[in-house]
Design a protein around this ligand. Structure first.
Ligand SMILES: [Zn+2]
Length: 123
């Protein structure tokens, strides 16, 4: 993935994270200057999501928050945009539509078949 695209998606993920966190009434001092310190942001988001936020966020939001955190962790680890199943690059169009995607479209299609059978959302 091009660095420009990675930065774009990273910013998008951070924005989503902020939106989710800001939806609650907890005080979030320090969460604004995040761009240079992603691991701090992630630490803080994880702490918040596990403690204070547990009562405020509905489970769907919490699930999405965790997905964003995971994707941002992947950005940090340099593996963002790679399919968890087959290690191929996930298409940029797919990531732009769904920045927390963890599988390429081929694997996702496979998994969706499984989901229909098991009722478990594997993304
Ligand atoms: Zn794949």
């Amino acid at each position: 993935m091009k660095k420009k695209d990675l930065n774009y998606l990273k910013k998008f993920l951070i924005q989503q994270l902020m939106d989710l966190l800001n939806r609650s009434d907890c005080s979030l001092n320090g969460l604004d200057d995040t761009d240079d310190n992603l691991s701090d942001l992630l630490d803080r988001a994880t702490q918040i999501s596990e403690r204070e936020f547990s009562h405020h966020l509905c489970s769907r939001e919490k699930l999405y928050l965790r997905r964003i955190e995971r994707s941002l962790q992947d950005v940090e680890d340099g593996v963002y945009g790679l399919c968890e199943q087959c290690d191929k690059e996930i298409s940029l169009a797919r990531l732009k539509a769904r920045p927390t995607a963890r599988y390429c479209i081929d694997c996702k299609t496979q998994l969706e078949k499984m989901e229909k059978l098991t009722g478990i959302d594997a993304t």
